[in-house]
Design a protein around this ligand. Structure first.
Ligand code: SF4
Length: 286
């Protein structure tokens, strides 16, 4: 092979890259930073939901972490979040999760997020709305993103939709908000309550994945299409996903309708109640 042939040059480049990677590894570098944006289908494709009677963006709500510390030893082997090779539904971890590998508690995760500017949602937010509730919760609710009130108060689900979610938890499930954990797909309020864009979701998703890894609940309740479609990587409309058990990295996931949608379509509360009853049966509370 001639020394200046394309094959020879490619071999040289490969060799140099290999040597560089080994050098980094020797210096303690475990991996490479993720690409800033993950290419997703276009917003109109992934979030198109003709079945959905309306966007939930107009009255979204969400939450804030207020359990500051969780001992590392609480993350017992049973909370191992490793993806089971036997679970064919387990999605591949987003590349952005790699830098969070050492994070073991919600408090550490919040510290790691810091004054996050990983996506453009940082520009107009008032505060990062991280999540709230019991870090050892059996049930985690995942919504879409903070709305006006949540951004103002720094706490998720504190607006009208949040009040309805609270009623579902307290009156329907006979539990307290502090018994469950509530978080969102994106931690910063999209301006004018618009839908989050796929690149914004991709930037923030590693934080949600880590929250779920740390809490390792028995059941995730995905509220609305953004939560369900993001976690399941499935563009099926929420009206068809809801009520059917799914799996997120080995955790049972129940997709259901968003409380904001229920405010506009109260007749569908009965559907959500059916989904909630299935969850209660799953955790032995019904
Ligand atoms: S939405 Fe998430 S990724 Fe974007 S700035 Fe806020 S915390 Fe960071």
């Amino acid at each position: 092979m001639a020394a200046d042939s394309p094959h020879a040059r490619l071999a040289q480049i490969t060799h140099s890259l290999h040597a560089y990677a080994k050098e980094l590894q020797a210096g303690g570098v475990e991996g490479f930073p993720p690409a800033p944006l993950v290419t997703y289908p276009s917003s109109s494709t992934i979030w198109a939901d003709e079945d959905s009677p309306g966007s939930i963006a107009s009255s979204r709500t969400e939450m804030v972490e207020h359990r500051p510390q969780q001992a590392a030893d609480a993350l017992a082997p049973s909370t191992d979040f490793s993806v089971s090779a036997s679970d064919p539904t387990a999605p591949t971890a987003p590349a952005g999760e790699a830098p969070l590998a050492a994070v073991q508690t919600l408090a550490e995760l919040r510290t790691e997020i810091g004054d996050c500017q990983r996506c453009r949602l940082c520009e107009k937010r008032n505060t990062i709305v991280f999540g709230v509730g019991n870090p050892d919760a059996e049930i985690v609710f995942i919504g879409e993103g903070p709305g006006y009130e949540e951004d103002k108060q720094g706490e998720p689900f504190v607006g009208r939709a949040g009040q309805l979610l609270t009623q579902i938890i307290t009156k329907g499930m006979q539990m307290q908000r502090s018994d469950v954990y509530i978080a969102n797909v994106v931690k910063c309020r999209p301006p004018e309550n618009r839908n989050p864009e796929p690149d914004e979701i991709a930037a923030c998703e590693p934080f949600l994945a880590k929250q779920l890894e740390i809490i390792r609940p028995k059941v995730i309740i995905a509220l609305g299409k953004f939560a369900a479609q993001t976690l399941l990587k499935d563009t099926t409309p929420i009206t068809r996903l809801r009520g059917k058990w799914q799996s997120y990295r080995g955790i049972k996931l129940m997709p259901t309708l968003h409380p904001a949608y229920l405010l506009r379509n109260p007749k569908d509360k009965r559907l959500v109640w059916e989904d909630i009853k299935a969850v209660l049966r799953e955790i032995g509370r019904l």
